[in-house]
Design a protein around this ligand. Structure first.
Ligand SMILES: [Zn+2]
Length: 347
């Protein structure tokens, strides 16, 4: 009981994100929807062939963020929407993503990194660990909200404890639902959510969760994810304002009963999105490299713009810097390569 209280008080914005349970569940859901090729690729990148290859690393970013070496990554776990809940909710990337980065810019950075052939195996694995975590974070509504540091400053009572609204959403309400925070608990929850996605309440919703997702425009995609979750701050998290929640004797059971369905929805959504995102990254990288190979094989010097995979200085290779863009084939050249591929006609 004592450690429960200490954990609650120690929760700082961005430290816990979804708790261990939530992140592992997002990862297990994703494992159920990645293609066989992507699963093999991810296992290789992570050096983990177990049946928990994504779940095992889903909270690594929270552990890393708490170290001295990883302190730079703290702002990457959220985007502080400067809106005005519950009256108005909105996310504006230019307004809300600070100079030190945010979850949207981090997703853009690690999406590029995980598919960038110039990085070391260690840096590629780091990029994948960050991606798995941040796709989870961005679906937690209070990670897309500046108000009281994502409601870390909103004192509430839950199940007899005094804590804050952020930690209840991250950790204590999910654990209330599932009854624990082990990987086995997460796997069990993910199995239920996967069935809901395949044949249950989420079947008709899942297409909308990923509509328009585009790895080559991650900022637009991730801002849409953030906006989707941020809207819930006004409609579900604090529809009558934070003071109304602070005034409640206990959030359990009335408030909990009203929001737990949204928490389940967001965890399922995060997992399904993560799987689709990894599938899209993998596919686009494979297609891009096949086109490059095709151009190189044709030996057409006018079309030949090889990727330079070893020109990035070592100092650029750690995770918090954006990579310089690789020398990409232009769209026109990609189109020419695609037309030329498998065709004998040469200009
Ligand atoms: Zn986090």
């Amino acid at each position: 009981m004592a450690s429960y209280i200490v954990l609650g008080l120690a929760s700082l914005h961005g430290v816990r994100a979804w708790g261990v349970l939530g992140h592992a569940t997002v990862a297990y859901v994703a494992q159920n929807f990645v293609t066989a090729e992507v699963a093999t690729w991810a296992k290789g990148v992570l050096g983990d062939t177990s049946t928990s290859y994504l779940a095992n690393i889903a909270s690594w970013a929270d552990t890393y963020r708490a170290t001295t070496a990883g302190a730079w990554s703290a702002p990457l776990h959220f985007i502080d929407a400067e809106d005005n809940p519950p009256t108005t909710c909105n996310v504006n990337y230019a307004r809300d993503c600070g100079a030190t980065g945010c979850v949207v810019s981090a997703l853009a950075n690690y999406t590029q990194r995980v598919g960038d052939g110039r990085l070391s195996a260690a840096n590629t694995a780091e990029a994948l660990r960050f991606l798995v975590h941040f796709v989870g974070d961005i679906t937690q509504p209070l990670h897309d909200e500046a108000y009281e540091l994502g409601a870390n400053g909103v004192t509430v009572h839950f199940n007899g404890f005094t804590d804050n609204l952020h930690s209840d959403w991250d950790t204590y309400m999910p654990e209330q639902l599932i009854g624990g925070d082990t990987l086995a608990d997460a796997l069990s929850w993910a199995t239920t959510l996967t069935a809901d996605i395949n044949t249950g309440a989420y079947k008709s919703l899942k297409a909308g969760w990923i509509a328009g997702d585009t790895p080559t425009d991650t900022v637009t995609t991730a801002t849409r994810w953030a906006s989707d979750a941020n809207a819930l701050v006004c409609t579900v998290v604090m529809p009558n304002g934070a003071a109304a929640l602070t005034a409640m004797t206990d959030l359990y059971p009335t408030y909990y009963d009203g929001v737990i369905g949204t928490i389940e929805l967001q965890i399922a959504k995060g997992g399904y999105r993560l799987a689709n995102w990894l599938n899209l990254i993998y596919t686009s990288e494979v297609v891009r490299r096949e086109l490059v190979d095709a151009v190189e094989k044709r030996g057409d010097s006018r079309a030949l713009v090889p990727l330079e995979r070893s020109v990035v200085p070592e100092s650029e290779l750690d995770g918090h810097k954006f990579l310089p863009a690789p020398r990409e084939l232009s769209k026109a050249k990609l189109a020419r390569a695609a037309v030329g591929y498998g065709c004998n006609h040469q200009h």
